[in-house]
Design a protein around this ligand. Sequence first.
Ligand SMILES: Cc1cc2nc3c(=O)[nH]c(=O)nc-3n(C[C@H](O)[C@H](O)[C@H](O)COP(=O)(O)OP(=O)(O)OC[C@H]3O[C@@H](n4cnc5c(N)ncnc54)[C@H](O)[C@@H]3O)c2cc1C
Length: 454
Amino acid sequence: MQWFEQTSSRPAVKPSQTRGLSSLLAFPPALPAPLVGPGCACHPGRVAGEWKNWSGSVQCSPRRQHRPRDADEVATILRRAHERGGTVRPLGAGHSSMPLVATDDELVSLERMTGVLAVDAAAGTAEVLPGTPMDELGAQLVERGVAIDNYGDVDYQAIAGAIGTGTHGSGARLGNLSSILVGGTLVTGTGEAVRFTRDGHDASADLGQDALLPAAQVSLGALGIFTSLTLRVRPAYELHRTNWMTHIDWVLEHFHELVEANRCFDFYWYPRSDLAQVRMLNEPGDEPGIRPPGELRREETGPSYEILPNDRHLRFEEMEHMLPLDPELRAFREVRERVKAKHRTRVGWRVLVRTIAADDAMLSGAQGRPTMTIALLHNASLPHEHYFGDMEPLLLEHGGRPHWGKKHTMRAAQLAPLYLRWNEFARVREALDPDGVLRNEHLSELLIGSSEGA
Ligand SMILES: Cc1cc2nc3c(=O)[nH]c(=O)nc-3n(C[C@H](O)[C@H](O)[C@H](O)COP(=O)(O)OP(=O)(O)OC[C@H]3O[C@@H](n4cnc5c(N)ncnc54)[C@H](O)[C@@H]3O)c2cc1C
């Protein structure tokens, strides 16, 4: 039994090696599955099989699994599903811990639609395909002299999947990954391809001219399937990362200063000690004077896309909430007290605190407010329900909005009041997927409410 967490350092692992490992972790072995019916148009013979997510807590048996090669094949899959009254769920790298992609009908992996299509350095944009893994995205962009602003904790996701749930890293002046989406093409629940930009969109449905981008930015695969995405990029840059081990009290005392002074800053507290690991990332030559007292564990400089993410080899479950940024860290202090009082005999995994800039995406956890996040982790092979169940109400009391891709128990009636633009998103969803082709049971509970069903 793994009661304690071990994290591993990234430096020796090249991106290509990381991808190979993560692919093994993320996907069940490629089918050959038993042939149980006629194959799909885009991948004849690839019909049925089991699917499970990265942590193993979400499993399903799709009737069909598709791996389209282009937007036309995606449109055909959706149009046919619409005609027969079926349902379709788009799949990224399968790293979400909620059943967002689970289906017993049609599952569409975008793993064959990868790569950077075009970069317009002058406009600061890049057009990319939806299945592009985050590490490949970084490497391909840097070859063209550009990079994205930030990364999450790992780079195993596919870009459309990461954007789909509002995946974020840390940095009070940096938005989540969804906030760099500035345009793209979405194939809707009726099989219609809709092109959207910052300036509007070409949907025949009446959405309001500027509604699609802020709806699409965090859309859980509920509006359609992205077949291309236009991302905001900047000139490629290097980062210098330092990892410190220090006393948690020092971090709490200097939290505001650390947030303000660093481009990216986060900290982990380890429940069975008073130690915290502090990560600070800045452009070389732009480092702040503040240095934690304690041990400098690691330090590295390199291309941003290699320095920002970590490697995570042990599987875990996680609950994370986005809360209003509070320099006093009141929510974290309460979390810490409760973990010490009730949970740390069974839980040794880290509690992680990060920040995100405010944005305007309708379902973003950072919508309308500078944000801090608190994440609780636990070994995937141990029960997490008691721990997460006890902490969720506390995070909600402090204004928390749950991460869509991590464990939570929230449903539409509780979620709606937390999002200022909830009803706008519902209108866009009804216009783009009027017959619920892109729903599954979980999305129905999440976005509509049980009374209206799947
Ligand atoms: C080890 C690990 C580390 C993580 N670290 C972080 C972190 O630092 N920060 C953070 O915020 N989260 C983090 N997460 C959560 C993770 O980033 C999100 O759950 C993310 O959405 C997973 O991306 P994915 O490519 O695996 O997508 P999936 O989980 O496969 O799908 C996510 C959503 O995107 C939709 N989708 C996928 N492709 C498309 C498409 N082409 N068109 C439309 N919709 C689509 C799916 O339907 C689904 O709703 C982590 C998860 C793990 C397992």
